[in-house]
Design a protein around this ligand. Sequence first.
Ligand code: PLP
Length: 418
Amino acid sequence: NKPLAEVDPQIAQVLTDELGRQRDVLEMIASENFAPRAVLEAQGSVLTNKYAEGYPGRRYYGGCEYVDVAENLAIERAKELFGAEHANVQPHAGAQANVAVMTSFLNHGDKMMGMSLAHGGHLTHGMKLNFSGKSYDIAAYEVEKDDYRVDMDKLREQALAERPKMIVAGWSAYPRQLDFAAFRSIADEVGAIFWVDMAHFAGLVAAGLHPNPVPHADVVSSTVHKTLAGPRSGIILTKEEHKKKIDSAVFPGQQGGPLMHAIAGKAVALKIAGTEEFAERQRRTLEGAKILAERLTAADMKEHGVSVLTGGTDVHLVLVDLREAALDGRQGEDLLHEVGITVNRNSIPWDPRPPMVTSGLRIGTPALATRGFGAEEFTEVSDIIAETLKPNPNVEALQARVKKLADNFPLYEGLEDW
Ligand code: PLP
């Protein structure tokens, strides 16, 4: 029962350093967030010891009476929060949830339509080196060249020509909402299963600030750690008729024992996601993204070749277009890192630069909203980003402005003593 610092000082140091980093920088990676103390407690608990293959009440191991309570709570809370008939809360991560969805509804070689990775889709929606791209015949759809949005008439034409067995709507880098009702009607017209991957925007859905895909889709997958701010993990929501298929695709289909500490953490996060405090945070998340988009589309940015794809955002992230700017994506990411703001470079559609360089940045507001940022602070951080992306930034002055914001919003106060 020796403490970590005694057993493994090197790893203890990693934890200390990472906590310091998270406190000192302004975290704007769109897929990241800060899990609350209650979630960290559930995850760092004795539940990590428990094997519980199977589902509540039907386990292949003894001693599951308490972990069953946790999993049932997570299931009931997920169903209630999103209005779903069934929830599977066992996927270890978003990618595992997606593998279970695909193996439930597709046979090897079947055709699936998903958004191209280069246009904002996720790896698991058909990228050629991923399980999805290797196992299925992928017909990728893209955004339009003039407005960088998905055109539903074109998507319908493509679906009629391709006749996919499944269509997935969802994204990792797309700043607008997708029309789930239109996807549903296209899927019905071609006899396809309609799957929504709401990994990025699930928190907005929970807060009623984004259309809920659950009433439209046959199956919805999500991560729990992005806008939802829970433990790193996945969930699947589906209709009662698909329950058996989904459950057996997760276990025994592709996973063994569920991570009961993560499932308990999911239950906690899903409880929090039903509160007014959580909804208020999601409102600040959206407000912050809008402020950022406005700042980066102002005349002084245009002058320096910086713009924002689609001209704005409806969600928690902004895609910055640096094709005409002095900096490429990697230089922009590095310079913002130097100033104290963490973002990720991101390919933009028809990017002339390779994926390791890119001509874009993906910048998100969920983590800073969790940290407490409101309109005033988002205005300041947007201005810092704008100044950093212009020629000859005064890095030292910008670092001082970042430090002031970070100091004003302490993170995980007293964590060392928890
Ligand atoms: N689906 C989407 C849309 C995502 O953006 C991501 C993660 O970035 C995933 C799935 C995969 O989640 P994980 O990294 O937990 O496997």
